[in-house]
Design a protein around this ligand. Structure first.
Ligand code: HPA
Length: 248
């Protein structure tokens, strides 16, 4: 049987409407996850919820213990993850408050602990990562979006994962655009590849919260980001609700 977890990002530290059954604080060989994992019922379906940046939101993207987070979910029986994250919009259609379900990524991060397969190995492991996101979960999100009038998601996009915590320069965004990237965020790697290493389905539900650097004349302020998060998160919740409704 499938067991779904939602990893919450900026603006999603708690899952409204989640009927809490339990809170668990597992430890893993990699350390502790970002926060206690909430086990609850959402729309009558049991799910787990983990806030990626801690609760309260204090862990920056490059300091997240991604291995502990993914291992803790795996050890809790999870085999499917929807990762919610805030991103900047690079290409024309990636307007603020739009929800994007990326189908590809490019990893520009560095110095992150990004594999379970590095010590005490019996043999070297190379996972297949041709398609980094789960088509099954992506399809579910896309179908759910089609049933909610107010939501017009973008189904095809390349997610550039940057190191952060600073935002990018104009030249960096130009380079990402040349590379073919549509959105830019800081958290989908190594989350996606660690989930793949543990054979878990993983897809992103990304909310655009600002135009990427140099895409407008204005500088990017936390105020702009927070306002778009507030405005867009309602649709993210509606999308997740619709997705779970379709599973009943
Ligand atoms: N760049 C990188 N990460 C982000 C951005 C951005 O513009 N907005 C939200 N997360």
């Amino acid at each position: 049987m499938n067991k779904l977890a939602i990893i919450g990002g900026s603006g999603l530290t708690q899952l409204e409407g989640l009927e809490i059954i339990d809170q668990i604080s597992p430890t893993t060989p990699w350390g502790k996850p970002s926060a206690a994992i909430t086990v609850g019922k959402f729309n009558d379906i049991e799910i787990l919820f983990l806030p990626r940046h801690g609760d309260p939101h204090t862990i920056p993207p490059h300091k997240i213990n991604y291995r502990a987070n993914i291992q803790a979910l795996k050890d809790s029986g999870v085999n499917e993850i929807i990762a919610v994250n805030a991103v900047g919009g690079i290409t024309e259609k990636m307007t603020p408050c739009r929800i994007v379900v990326p189908n590809q990524l490019i990893d520009y991060t560095h110095s992150r602990a990004d594999t379970f397969h590095e010590e005490d190995l019996e043999k070297v492991v190379h996972i297949d990562f041709t398609e980094p996101y789960s088509e099954t979960l992506r399809d579910e999100l896309i179908m759910a979006a089609e049933s909610v009038d107010s939501i017009d998601i973008c189904k095809i996009a390349i997610y550039a994962v940057t190191q952060g915590p600073r935002l990018e320069t104009t030249a960096e965004i130009r380079r990402l655009e040349k590379d073919g990237c549509d959105i830019v965020g800081m958290t989908s790697m190594p989350e996606a590849s660690l989930a793949r290493e543990l054979e878990m389905e993983y897809a992103c539900c990304s909310l655009v919260v600002n135009w990427a650097a140099g895409k407008t004349d204005e500088i990017i302020t936390m105020e702009v980001i927070e306002n778009n998060l507030k405005e867009g998160m309602g649709n993210v919740m509606s999308l997740l609700t619709a997705m779970l409704h379709n599973r009943r």
